[in-house]
Design a protein around this ligand. Structure first.
Ligand code: ADP
Length: 176
């Protein structure tokens, strides 16, 4: 069973087997988590991303899917890149956001990763409301079976995100 933990901090500081990147579909870098990972991890990560674009992901990585690369100089074994959906007022894209977590865990399993750090996917530039994103993230990870992952660590950047995840998690546990 996967133990879910919440931490206030920077995902690039985490010593874990795999760090999940809230990438964009180009795989060629961006702001937020993506920018921090490439800055701190160094050029090796981008090189592998370019190679993925040249091979199976010529059109980019579709939202809801996940793919792994080296973690370069990060204190982690791998980076699992996943592309969150952009928040929409008119279309329910929750299934795509849930898929990001499920597919990342599937890739983690393939790698044999035991500890995995997740950011709050889609809650930055992609504007997903925090509490709703927290509900989708936490229920999806809780309900996804894995073979190797023993800890899924949500790394929340800022008190507001941490509090949203902590409250939603508390509510989910009380509901059980
Ligand atoms: P998206 O494009 O999926 O919205 P972002 O990277 O813009 O992704 O933001 C996702 C979440 O990650 C936001 O809540 C943002 O505050 C947070 N974040 C930004 N930098 C970091 C970091 N270094 N470590 C952990 N979380 C971060």
């Amino acid at each position: 069973m996967t133990n879910i933990t919440l931490t206030l901090g920077d995902i690039t500081d985490q010593s874990v087997d795999a760090v999940v990147n809230a990438a964009n579909s180009s795989l060629l870098g961006g702001g937020g988590v993506d920018g921090a990972i490439h800055r701190r991890g160094g050029p090796e990560i981008l090189e592998e991303c370019r190679a993925l674009r040249a091979a199976q992901y010529g059109g980019g990585l579709p939202a809801g899917q996940a793919v792994a690369t080296t973690a370069g100089r990060l204190p982690a074994g791998w980076v699992i890149h996943t592309v969150g959906p952009v928040w929409s007022d008119t279309e329910d894209r929750s299934a795509t956001l849930a898929s990001c977590y499920r597919e990342s865990l599937r890739v983690a399993d393939e790698l044999g990763a035991r500890t995995v750090a997740f950011p709050a996917i889609s809650t930055g530039v992609y504007r997903w409301p925090l509490r709703d994103a927290a509900r989708i993230a936490l229920t999806t990870v809780r309900d996804t079976d894995t073979r190797t992952v023993t800890e899924a660590r949500f790394v929340l950047f800022g008190q507001e995100a941490y509090d949203a995840f902590a409250e939603v998690w508390k509510g989910l546990q009380q509901a059980h």
